[in-house]
Design a protein around this ligand. Structure first.
Ligand SMILES: NC(=O)c1ccc[n+]([C@@H]2O[C@H](COP(=O)([O-])OP(=O)(O)OC[C@H]3O[C@@H](n4cnc5c(N)ncnc54)[C@H](OP(=O)(O)O)[C@@H]3O)[C@@H](O)[C@H]2O)c1
Length: 259
């Protein structure tokens, strides 16, 4: 099966490409460096021609509110009509849990991406994942105030990139759901507890404090703003490997593994 992975050189993209290639599929890892740019439209038509499945794992180079919205809207408007014209059988995209009930600029952009997919006429599955464990450092940095990291008192359930990629590959090989599936990590705990454990594991002395006035990337959040409301998809976690900074035994964030 020919599968095109847009953003196939990124964190999740490169892992997904490797899994699918191991499964014997004809996988194209597409990105601007390989001449496929979903923002300018360069190479898009050619890349998706004769593909059965397109997986969109691209990310915006800028997270500034307007830039990220423009990225996902422009990319969707270039990519989805090209897929429709090529009769692509399944479009898979990776979004974020709670894009429709948590307000910040990045989530608004991902929601706009989802809406374009739903309206495209291309059979699709949207996977909403919780935050990647590999993103914990970025979260700590963005919430740092001197030697203190201020976080809102909310629940958190990060997932390892290896597990995200395994789920994306599974979904891509299954029939389109024409709907949304949610995936989350194996452990739900308070935001400050997980970030404190992460900082300790990487030897970062900063103190984490719970601050009801703190937001998440500039948006107001409540207790369950970042976690699935129901049970997240109990998918097989294929990988027992953890992200490098999280291998510390004190973290106890092992992925559930059903086989
Ligand atoms: N961070 C989280 O916690 C989280 C949670 C849930 C969902 N997500 C979503 O997961 C997806 C993948 O994230 P990631 O961290 O794996 O991304 P990443 O590592 O930043 O990789 C981004 C990829 O997008 C490609 N790209 C950038 N601009 C492009 C363009 N104009 N056209 C085509 N490709 C382009 C990059 O190509 P180059 O290598 O050539 O630059 C790279 O392959 C994103 O859509 C993100 O919204 C993230």
């Amino acid at each position: 099966m020919k599968i095109v992975v847009i953003g196939g050189t990124g964190l999740i993209g490169s892992k997904t490409v490797a899994i699918l290639r191991q499964g014997g599929h004809d996988v194209v890892a597409a990105s601007p460096n390989s001449g496929v740019n979903t923002v300018t439209g360069e190479g898009v038509k050619e890349a998706v021609a004769s593909a059965q499945v397109v997986i969109d794992l691209a990310n915006s180079p800028s997270f500034e509110d307007r830039a990220v919205l423009e990225f996902f809207e422009t990319a969707g408007r270039n990519l989805l009509p090209a897929e429709a014209a090529a009769s692509v059988r399944h479009h898979v995209a990776l979004s974020i849990v709670a894009t429709d009930r948590t307000d910040n600029g990045y989530f608004r952009a991902k929601l706009a991406q989802e809406k374009l997919i739903e309206a495209s006429g291309v059979p699709y599955t949207i996977i909403r994942a919780t935050q990647f464990m590999e993103f914990l450092r970025g979260i700590a940095e963005s919430s740092a105030d001197g030697n203190t990291v201020r976080l809102p008192p909310i629940m958190f359930q990060p997932i390892a990139a290896d597990d995200v990629a395994a789920n994306v590959a599974d979904v891509a090989l299954a029939a389109p759901k024409n709907g949304i599936v949610e995936i989350a990590g194996p452990e739900r705990a308070s935001f400050n507890e997980i970030i404190a454990r992460y900082l300790k594991a990487v030897g970062d002395p900063r103190q984490v404090v719970s601050d009801p006035a703190a937001g998440y990337w500039g948006g107001r959040v409540e207790e369950r703003s970042l976690v699935p409301l129901g049970e997240a998809r109990p998918r097989p976690y294929r990988s027992r490997r953890m992200a490098p900074p999280l291998t510390g035994t004190s973290l106890r964030l092992q992925p559930r593994c059903t086989h």
